[in-house]
Write a protein that binds this ligand. Structure first.
Ligand SMILES: [Zn+2]
Length: 176
C-alpha cells in the first residue's frame, strides 16, 4: 500500500505540474492588450485549446529561429476569439480564431519581416508541426498551421507544402 501511495502522489504531482504549465502556456497564447483594454474575455476553450497545444512546439522553435537575427522578436498575437478578431480587424476566416495562427512582432518593417521569413524558411525542417502558410506582413510575420482535428483541411494526406508569401503595398500577397 505504501508503494501505491507514492505512485499516487507522483501521478498527482505530474498532473499538477502539467496543469500549471498548460495554464501558463494558454494564458501566454491568448494574452492580448486589446482584449484587456476592451474587456473581452479571450480565454480559449474546447478545440482551440487542443489546437494551441498542437502548435506550441512549432511556435517555440520558430521564435528561437527568428531571435537568432531579431532578439526582440516576440509573439504579438496568437489565439483570438471572434470579438477580439473583429476588434483588431482580422479576417473572418483567420486561423487565429481557431488557435492555429501566430504573429511574431518586434522584428521591424516589411524588409525585416521578409528577412525573418527567409531565416525561418532556411530552417523549417526543424519546425514541427510544419507551417501551412508563412506571410511577411508590413510589421509582423504571420504563421499558421493545418488543423490537426481534420475539420478545416481534411486529413493530413491532403495537406500541401508550406506556402511562403509577402504582403504587397496593395495589401495582396505574392508567392516567394
Ligand atoms: Zn496573423
Amino acid at each position: 500500500m505504501k508503494a501505491l501511495g507514492w505512485i499516487a502522489l507522483a501521478v498527482a504531482s505530474v498532473a499538477a505540474v502539467w496543469y500549471l504549465v498548460r495554464r501558463a502556456l494558454l494564458a501566454r497564447l491568448s494574452r492580448s492588450p486589446t482584449a484587456e483594454h476592451l474587456g473581452i474575455d479571450n480565454t480559449p476553450t474546447g478545440k482551440a485549446v487542443t489546437r494551441l497545444l498542437y502548435i506550441a512546439p512549432a511556435m517555440d522553435s520558430i521564435r528561437g529561429i527568428v531571435r537568432q537575427a531579431f532578439p526582440l522578436a516576440r509573439v504579438s498575437s496568437c489565439y483570438r476569439c471572434e470579438a477580439l478578431n473583429a476588434a483588431v480587424g482580422g479576417s473572418p476566416t483567420s486561423r487565429h480564431l481557431y488557435g492555429l495562427g501566430v504573429d511574431f512582432g518586434g522584428i521591424g518593417d516589411g524588409e525585416a519581416t521578409l528577412f525573418a521569413l527567409e531565416i525561418v524558411r532556411s530552417q523549417v525542417d526543424q519546425v514541427t508541426p510544419r507551417p501551412r502558410d508563412v506571410l511577411a506582413e508590413a510589421d509582423h510575420l504571420h504563421i499558421d498551421f493545418y488543423d490537426p482535428l481534420g475539420e478545416l483541411d481534411g486529413p493530413e494526406s491532403e495537406w500541401r507544402a508550406t506556402r511562403w508569401r509577402k504582403e504587397l503595398p496593395s495589401g495582396q500577397f505574392a508567392s516567394l
